[in-house]
Ligand binder design. Structure first.
Ligand code: HEM
Length: 394
């Protein structure tokens, strides 16, 4: 393969949350060569079937992708010791250490406290408005509050924890210097280290206490907690904002949930299918042996990126794929990925999304955007596509 490919990924022509129209053709075309802003060229895979193959087949490796020149949207290659960056068997060993906390029953234990956090955030919002900003009032702080509860961060340290994780959000990254981000990352790492040592001295409740009790080393416990914080916060914040945007810009859809909150569980799955997250790609994989896929020969050593957004709009799998249909069922979307690395925190994210939508439709049935749709500001940068703020009235 010679010469740099013409097509640049992520495709950047999309408006608001609409996927780039070029995906329609790309899905039929099969894998195509693309270049990302940094690193090696890659194959872009867009159809549902091919995306599932790449994410579900061990011949596409995450660990091998972490070489010096992984295709990426940021200048620095990342080599962190995250669950996501391992293949089997190390992947399962690491994931197994934290998995119990993230099962549906494990997460159910956080339901009441999540409802209380949301009620508190909405009390504050309604005391200060209308209007108010759903992103800064709810979407940004909620995942950090829930995460603090999950980890067992003590009450007196929670405010700092929420502030620190907030400065690692993609929207914050775009506004601050690399030094500021690095400093926030280091403080978070140190804070988690303090928490692990504290739980060794006086075991309490939460994931950190469980890890310590389970015989995990301090270093590994910190790395696992940091993984969960980094992987979980940003995505949930973005989707909380994006889901509200989708429902409010198609007002009949918000009204449907007001009329029937029982629809929310199903609606959240459909919004997950329909709403692109960030650049909506899973992390690159590297081919470990030659594979033929959709007429293309992917050679050992090639990199592959997948377009989850495109797969989630594939008409071969979803009827009327470009319509948001809140009652859609079944809905085998790939919004949380697929296969070995399917999102560990999916149940936790779904819980927060459900609780927020439920509280909004029951408390603010007349909720509406407080600005014209065209004035909603989208976060800059290639990593994230989410509303920077969502001014609403009620
Ligand atoms: C709406 C919110 C979320 C979305 C859309 C999302 C999406 C994803 C996707 C697409 C992947 C697969 C990446 C790949 O295969 O390359 C993933 C993996 C992962 N997610 Fe999430 N995520 C969300 C929330 C969370 C939360 C709340 C947590 C934890 C508290 C979390 C932790 C993780 C972890 C640890 C992985 C790696 C799993 C593994 O390698 O086995 N995510 N997520």
């Amino acid at each position: 393969m010679t010469g740099a490919p013409e097509l640049v990924f992520p495709l950047a022509d999309a408006h608001a949350l609409d996927p780039d129209a070029r995906f329609r053709g790309l899905r039929d075309e099969g894998p195509v060569r693309v270049r990302l802003p940094f690193g090696s060229a890659a194959w872009l895979v867009s159809s549902y079937e091919h995306v599932r193959t790449v994410l579900g087949d061990r011949r596409f490796s995450r660990a091998d992708s972490l070489g010096a020149d992984e295709p990426r949207v940021v200048p620095m290659p990342q080599r962190a010791n995250l669950i996501l960056n391992h293949d089997e068997p190390e992947h399962s060993r690491l994931r197994g250490l934290v998995a119990a906390a993230f099962t549906r029953p494990g997460v159910r234990r956080l339901e009441a406290v999540t409802e209380a956090f949301v009620a508190g955030l909405l009390d504050r919002l309604s005391a200060q408005g209308p209007p108010g900003d759903l992103v800064s009032a709810v979407a940004a702080p909620l995942p950090a509050l829930v995460m603090a509860e999950l980890l067992g961060v003590p009450g007196e340290s929670r405010e700092e924890f929420v502030e620190l994780t907030g400065s690692l959000l993609a929207t914050a990254l775009a506004r601050q210097t690399a030094e500021q981000t690095k400093a926030a990352g280091l403080r978070l790492w140190e804070g988690l280290g303090d928490l692990v040592r504290e739980r060794r001295r006086s075991p309490g409740t939460g994931l950190v206490a469980d890890l310590v009790r389970g015989g995990v080393s301090d270093e590994e416990a910190v790395a696992l907690c940091a993984t969960v914080v980094i992987a979980g916060h940003d995505a949930t914040t973005m989707q909380l904002g994006n889901f509200c945007y989708q429902l409010l810009t198609a007002p009949r859809q918000y009204d449907r949930l007001v009329a029937d909150p029982g629809l929310i569980e199903n609606a959240v799955e459909e919004l997950m299918r329909f709403s692109p997250l960030g650049i909506s790609t899973a992390f690159p994989r590297r081919v470990t042996e030659d594979v033929e896929l959709g007429g293309a020969l992917l050679r050992e050593g090639d990199y592959v990126v997948v377009a989850l957004t495109a797969a989630n709009r594939d008409g071969e799998v979803f009827d009327r794929p470009d319509e948001l249909e809140l009652t859609r069922r079944p809905n085998p979307h790939l919004g949380f990925g697929y296969g070995l690395h399917r999102c560990l925190g999916a149940q936790l994210a779904l819980l927060q999304l459900r609780v927020v939508l439920h509280a909004l439709v029951t408390r603010f049935p007349g909720l509406a955007l407080a600005v014209p749709v065209a004035d909603v500001r989208w976060s800059p940068g290639l990593l994230a596509r989410s509303a920077e703020s969502l001014p609403v009235r009620w």
